[in-house]
Design a protein around this ligand. Structure first.
Ligand code: NAD
Length: 449
């Protein structure tokens, strides 16, 4: 196993579990340790108390402002109708319009969407963009839907929530199972159902659109590009050189695929990948371009000829410098955390590590770079897209990359400062750096009336 890194002394473990419990009790939340929303809120409350958020500010951030649930029928290709369930959770808009992706996945549920909306509030605050946090989703398996069915699901979902979103109020984007084409259908539906004289201004109802339809240069690779910017800032203190490091990936979709490609271009070596079809390993390196072609044709990494097929447990045990989860939430529990053979976990996926997994990693001296810092590049370039749509002035890829780099590097430095100021681990420090800004805004605004 690679040499372990000494973790800084923290005072968060002493506060964990005490004070947040009072807020859970006050809000009548029956805490369930396996519930992602409860896990997320507990971490946010620990950080809120460290930064000294007032009681009313703590209870505001502990719950979403709005939870919207819809059911809508869709005509399927064989002529029958199916009823779909969709969600939009608007967590907080103190800093600006609600912002967050839309997910299509069979396991989409209200509490997970609530947790992801909280993370969006924290992420937007951390990278200092003028947005609040939201998240949405439709419970479906997009792989089981034909392109026509996918389009009809998207159009019906958009029309079902269209009165609750808006280009200056709540702006969705792609997430797991959705992409630029889905954003194009979503934007078109919103435009068609808006008054004609407002249609020209409806394009920015979603970000992550195709470049030919108002999308931004660099949006597709933005989350991966943001990972590069953050890791360049955070890895040197951990004794790792990005250009020489080895890394493994869970997930080879938008975020995983782009992260692999950009890291490969800088000289880093991808040695193992796991996705929902299987796991592959090659110590001499996996070419991300060749793997992208294979995944495009085969639907997943299984069967890739230029690597050995391995089991899931073998995948977690592969020795690497940096382990990058870029798939779903809660994949690294205590068992997997005990197998991981890396110096650093860089979370590209949202909430991939459970609190129990986190504790095992900490105890083993493995540093965790948290998602709200690592994957904030996506929402940052979404913000750039929204600004470009609003102003009708479009930026080059170099301009986008440069502005993104500024936001990501400053966010990483903010986290380092918070880690020292609050004597806490890196995850708590990311929340502290985010919550400081939210607390200040609430101090200025007060509470109506
Ligand atoms: P995607 O749908 O493009 O890819 C998801 C990947 O996860 C696929 O490779 C899939 O095979 C894999 N996967 C699914 N179930 C799995 C399982 N059980 N085991 C292993 N692998 C599995 O999604 P994405 O947009 O790349 O998002 C990945 C993560 O990054 C999510 O947590 C998402 O919320 C987060 N994120 C995405 C963006 C963005 O701009 N797309 C921005 C910030 C954060």
């Amino acid at each position: 196993m690679p040499e372990a890194i000494a973790t800084p002394k923290t005072k968060t473990s002493a506060t964990a579990g005490h004070l947040p419990a009072a807020v859970f009790q006050e809000l009548e939340i029956a805490k369930d340790e396996t519930n992602l929303f409860h896990q997320t809120i507990e971490q946010v409350l620990i950080a809120s108390q460290l930064v000294g958020l007032k009681h009313h500010q703590q209870i505001i951030v502990a719950q979403p402002l709005n939870e919207i649930m819809v059911h809508f029928p869709v005509l399927m290709d064989d002529g029958h109708h199916e009823l779909f369930k969709g969600y939009r959770v608007q967590h907080n808009n103190a800093l600006g319009p609600y912002k967050g992706g839309i997910r299509y996945h069979p396991q989409v549920n209200l509490d997970d969407i609530k947790a992801l909306a909280v993370l969006m509030t924290m992420k937007c605050s951390l990278v200092r963009i003028p947005f609040g946090g939201a998240k949405g989703g439709v419970k479906c398996n997009p792989r089981d839907l034909s392109p026509d069915e996918l389009m009809r699901v998207t159009r019906r979902f958009c029309s079902a929530i269209s009165n609750q979103i808006g280009p200056d109020y709540d702006i969705p984007a792609p997430d797991v199972g959705t992409n630029a084409q889905i954003m194009a259908w979503f934007a078109d539906t919103y435009a068609q159902t808006s008054p004609e004289h407002e249609r020209h201004d409806t394009l920015r109802i979603v970000t992550g659109k195709p470049v030919g339809m108002g999308g931004s240069a660099g949006r597709e690779k933005a989350t991966g590009q943001g990972m590069v910017d953050v890791l360049k800032e955070m890895l040197p203190e951990l004794g790792i050189d990005l250009a020489r490091m080895t890394f493994s990936l869970i997930g080879f979709g938008n975020v995983g695929g782009w992260t692999a490609r950009l890291f490969n271009e800088l000289g880093a070596t991808l040695v193992a990948v796991l996705d929902d079809t299987g796991a592959i390993h090659n110590d001499r390196g996996i070419d991300s371009g060749a793997l992208r072609k294979h995944v495009g044709a085969a639907g997943g990494v299984a069967g890739f000829q230029e690597a050995e097929q391995i089991s899931t447990d073998e995948f977690y045990s592969v020795a690497v410098d940096v382990f990058i989860p870029a798939a779903l939430e809660q994949m690294i529990g205590p068992e997997k955390a005990r197998l991981i053979n890396a110096k650093v976990i860089a979370e590209a996926a949202n909430a991939p590590t459970t609190p129990k997994g986190d504790a095992v990693l900490k105890q083993r001296g493995i540093e965790i770079l948290p998602a709200i810092l690592c994957n904030a590049g996506g929402v940052t370039v979404s913000y750039f897209e929204w600004v470009q749509n609003k102003s009708s002035v479009y930026w080059t890829l170099d301009e986008v990359d440069e502005r993104l780099n500024t936001h990501m590097v400053l966010a990483a430095r903010r986290v380092k400062v918070a880690r020292v100021k609050y004597e806490c681990d890196t995850r708590t420090a990311t929340y502290c750096a985010a919550l400081e800004r939210i607390g200040k805004v609430y101090d200025l605004r007060g509470v109506f009336p």
